[in-house]
Design a protein around this ligand. Sequence first.
Ligand code: AHR
Length: 499
Amino acid sequence: MATLKMTIDQTNRISKINKEIYGHFAEHLGRCIYGGIYVGEDSPIPNIKGFRKDVVEALKAIKVPVVRWPGGCFADTYHWRDGIGPKETRRKIVNVNWGGVTEDNSFGTHEFLDFCELIGCEAYVSLNVGSGTVQEASEWVEYMTSSNESPMTELRKKNGREEPWKVKYVGIGNENWGCGGNMTAEYYSSLYKQFHSFVRGAEQQIACGPNGNDCNWTETLMKNIHPGQMRGLSLHNYTIPTNQWHRKGDSVNFDEKEYYDTLAHTWHMERILKDQKGIMQRYDDRKFIGLIVDEWGIWTDVIEGTNPGFLYQQNSMRDAILASINLNLFNENSDRVKMANIAQMINVLQSVLLTEGEKMVKTPTYHVFDMYKEHMEATLVYSNCENVELMPQPEHRFPPRDTEHLPAVSQSVSVDGEGKMHITISNASLDQDFDIDCVIPRAEFKSASARILTAKFNAINTFDDPDAVSPKAYDGIKLDGEKLAIRLPACSVISIELC
Ligand code: AHR
């Protein structure tokens, strides 16, 4: 078995890991909202004011810090007045992006913000730029947040909510380079500034950022919009197993080659963050503008027999490793990455929960969020681990990291307010275990405990076998003064706490 040397320098404190890096995205798409979060008060499924009890408890347990809503592409077709007032009079519309199904608007502004209060998270509302107006957007934010005497405040009170809600983040449009209006970066920058001038009431305004690593989009926005005018620039990047949109790959039936290909594609996030941070740094060296990765995750073909517009896929041990790699990358780049939202929370793409009628199951990805939650609001400290490259690099390619690259080990380390250290580490190899010899100079920890998530690479949790992939207490670590020995099995994610 190979031994890898690792160093942690707890005196080298790099950046605060914003809790919002562990954020979620919930769109009016398939069964994310309806059936996933919301079943209505008259449902036989146990609920609190229409919100599923099992889902609320599961989300509270991982301390969901922020939810982005109502889309996605749906956001730029959404007119908020359709979703307020008595439910029976709410307008029914067609969800043109996602399956052409009827949207009855029974989950609207009040329901979303009440849900955020119920699970104790920040609200991130995406405003409609593509097909909405500046007035509509500014009145919506006023409706949600204003305590002054005004027509919007009166309307909110009439609809049953006396006090304003707190809306920490608003997004000015979604994917305006694509489904949000097919705009150029120049055109969008001007429109952004117009919305920015009239939308008041949210703490932070986030501009629509690039599609993957589109450097031109970012450069144009950073050049045209002053740091005082935006607190965040979003970024969307999905991992597609085959890298082909017409046949993305199955969420359960995939082989070892596709497993490795998928994880190599997901490491592209490292390159994207490096390039995007580089551009932002040139215009904003004080790091006032955060990089907001508000859509990320694996996107596979839908489960056979389900509505192709509903984006329902399974979630395997591979996806847990993928989540661990991305979350470690976000932690490592938390000097600039201030929020990330996995797509999507329930029943859509890389979900943390799946539901069917009254049943609910936690996915392997859920467990990674659970194992990583101690990083929230902690301080990232320097760590470095020797590594093994799993993707053969053709000799003529130089430098290798410009092409596909798949390190076996991914890790991040933080120290929290009480001085506890949390290490999260994963091994993508399917056949190599590693012994990690870790040195933490001047460490004075008295105890160490760990949890492990490991299973066959395509193992999943089902409604009949919900705990097939679930974390267990792990005794493969040993703390001895400044030395920490970690046995890191193939295809595993480990979280360690040192106190
Ligand atoms: O998450 C599904 C879709 O992916 C979102 O609606 C859109 O923003 C992105 O293209």
